[in-house]
Structures are given as structure tokens and as C-alpha cells.
Design a protein around this ligand. Structure first.
Ligand code: URA
Length: 210
């Protein structure tokens, strides 16, 4: 569980992802599958959460029951496509706090520029899960995690749907402490920075834009 990259190879995840990849899949079906798959990925990314016990009374007897330890989780959506992963994750972790990081690419310098940053307080005491469906070049994801660390986060995981080897290497180089959980590791990036074979532009597919 301590490896840098975890590919979730569950049959349900793989099956749903294949339908999402198909160019002919409608926006409505894509969205529904995204919600379902993010529930399954949320299950995996939280597998090692710290636990404690609480004394409770069952109808039969008292017991020390296992419960989550520590502060509420923070889910951080990297805008805009990260929002597509939030609903499914909140189905499973309804009390999580939610934050947003907005970045755009400066076409002159090709570096990410922040236009929005709003995150829960006390990030240093929380497990932080940053979400973005596509880990492509890794530039925006690395920049978002830089900002989360500046804001105090110390325990960060990164959840995505598809990762390219280039993005995984970039993240490992910049943030070796951040575990990546993904539904698939694809082959490469094309010359425009799209993941191959990928699923196209995740934001356009989930929001029906373009
Ligand atoms: N972002 C996307 O939405 N798709 C890709 O293939 C790469 C980055």
C-alpha cells in the first residue's frame, strides 16, 4: 500500500472504464459511470485510513467499535474536470470537506497559473485527496499539490481515472510522498498532450461541452 502508483484492477472498474472510453458513449451514460467508478476508486484510496475505537452499546452488549480516527477528510477538486469525481466520492464519504483549485495554462510560458483557491482549514490535520480524472503531463496536478502543501497539507493522495506514464513520472519526481490511485495506466501522451488511448477531453465528455 505504500507504493507510489496503485492501479485499481477491479473488474467493475475496468468494465465501466471501457464504456467511458468509447467515443459513442452519451454524456448521460458517461456521467453515471463516472459517479459509479469514483465510488469504487474512493473505496480504494481510503483503504488505509487510520482507525480508532469508540465504546458503543449494541442491543446485546457493550463493545469497542472501530471508527475512523482524526479529522474529516478533505477532497480537493482540480477544476474543472475534478468536479466530475466529487459526487461519487461524496456518496461514500458524505462528511468530507471539499476544496477547489483552479489553474489555467499560460500559453506563453506553458506554466499553470492559479485563478481560484479555496480549501478547508487545518489541512495539516486531514487526509487530503486531490482529484482530477486525467493525469496527463502532470503539470497542473503537480502545481495543485504544490499549493496544497503550501496551505499546510502533509498527507496527500491523488486520485484519477487515467494516468499517462509521463504524468506519473512527473508526480513521482515532484511529490514522491503522494500516492496516485488510478483506474488505468495508459500508453503515452500524443503530441497535443492527450492520453493515448485515453477517452478524449474528460471535461468535455462529462459536461457535454465542445
Ligand atoms: N486532459 C483530458 O481531458 N484528456 C486527456 O487526454 C489529457 C488531459
Amino acid at each position: 500500500m505504500t507504493q507510489h502508483l496503485q492501479v485499481v484492477e477491479h473488474p467493475l472498474v475496468r468494465h465501466k472504464l471501457s464504456i467511458m472510453r468509447e467515443a459513442g458513449t452519451s454524456t448521460a451514460v458517461f456521467r453515471q459511470l463516472l459517479r459509479e467508478i469514483s465510488q469504487l476508486l474512493a473505496y480504494e484510496v481510503t483503504r488505509d485510513l487510520p482507525m480508532t475505537t469508540r465504546r458503543i452499546e449494541t442491543p446485546i452488549c457493550p463493545m469497542d467499535a472501530p471508527v475512523l480516527a482524526g479529522r474529516k477528510l478533505a477532497l480537493i477538486s482540480i477544476l474543472r474536470a475534478g468536479n466530475g469525481l466529487l459526487d461519487g466520492m461524496l456518496d461514500l464519504i458524505p462528511s468530507a470537506r471539499v476544496g477547489f483549485v483552479g489553474l489555467y495554462r499560460d500559453e506563453a510560458t506553458l506554466t499553470p497559473v492559479e485563478y481560484y483557491f479555496k480549501v478547508p482549514g487545518d489541512l495539516d490535520g486531514r487526509v487530503v485527496i486531490a482529484v482530477d480524472p486525467m493525469l496527463a503531463t502532470g503539470n497542473s496536478s503537480v502545481a495543485a499539490i504544490d499549493r496544497l502543501k503550501e496551505a499546510g497539507a502533509t498527507d496527500i493522495r491523488f486520485l484519477c481515472l487515467l494516468a499517462a506514464p509521463e504524468g506519473v513520472a512527473r508526480m513521482k519526481d515532484a511529490h514522491p510522498d503522494v500516492r496516485i490511485v488510478t483506474a488505468a495506466l495508459d500508453e503515452r501522451l500524443d503530441e497535443k498532450g492527450y492520453i493515448v488511448p485515453g477517452l478524449g477531453d474528460a471535461g468535455d465528455r462529462m459536461f457535454g461541452t465542445k
